[in-house]
Design a protein around this ligand. Structure first.
Ligand code: E4P
Length: 211
């Protein structure tokens, strides 16, 4: 399972990129707003740090506006993927961009029928949100399992990005379900390095080495 980082914070991306395992970046309007910066400026900086798919989201609007925003963003760099909302117009936009050979990531996916529409529209990626489903006592893991099964059954080449990841359990569930990618916030990624038995084991080895 490929690991993407889910943030618009350039310093976090710079540090995570230095670990050598990050294959892509996802952003969304909330993450961009948190940085208090302009979308294009942030995306431009990210392209210089990570050589892999970088999702930049168009604002929900009418089809023509979303298409022209998508064209503008995709001109910036070959790695830009246009994040499109899972709406009727969003699916139309996904199909148009697919025909224009512009890659898309259909976001805010919470069900198999929604994902199926995105697969059929030729989305390059779909983003099912695990954490937000779990928050309402549904199962994010179950959704990923079902999407992987449908993808395999019909041979879709859309890549599944397990999104809205809140903890290591989500990473484990996404990996065991066969998700292509997990997009992980910096804090959750950083925690993934640690285990109390690793820390304790290191201490034991260090003490032994001193003797
Ligand atoms: C995915 O691409 C989104 O940016 C993100 O995973 C949403 O996560 P949240 O539910 O923690 O906002």
């Amino acid at each position: 399972m490929k690991i993407f980082i889910d943030t618009a914070n350039v310093e976090e991306i710079r540090e995570a990129a230095s670990w050598g395992i990050i294959k892509g970046v996802t952003t969304n309007p909330s993450l961009i707003a948190k940085e208090g910066r302009n979308l294009k400026e942030v995306i431009g900086e990210i392209t210089s740090l990570v050589d892999g798919p970088i999702s930049a989201e168009v604002n929900e609007a009418d089809i023509d506006t979303m298409i022209s925003e998508a064209k503008e963003l995709s001109k910036m760099n070959k790695n830009i993927v246009i994040k499109v909302p899972m709406t009727k117009d969003g699916i139309k936009v996904t199909k148009i961009l697919h025909d224009l050979k512009i890659r898309t990531n259909v976001t805010l996916v919470f069900s198999v029928p929604q994902a199926l529409l995105a697969f059929e529209a030729g989305a390059s990626f779909v983003s099912p949100f695990m954490g937000r489903l779990d928050d309402m006592n549904a199962s994010g893991a179950e959704l990923i399992e079902k999407l992987v099964a449908v993808k395999q059954m019909y041979g879709y080449d859309t890549e599944i990005i397990a999104a809205s990841i809140r903890n290591g359990k989500h990473i484990e569930e996404a990996a065991l379900a066969g998700s292509d990618i997990a997009t992980i916030p910096f804090a959750v990624l950083k925690k993934s390095f640690d285990h109390p038995l690793t820390t304790n084991g290191l201490k034991i080895f260090k003490d032994a080495a001193k003797k």
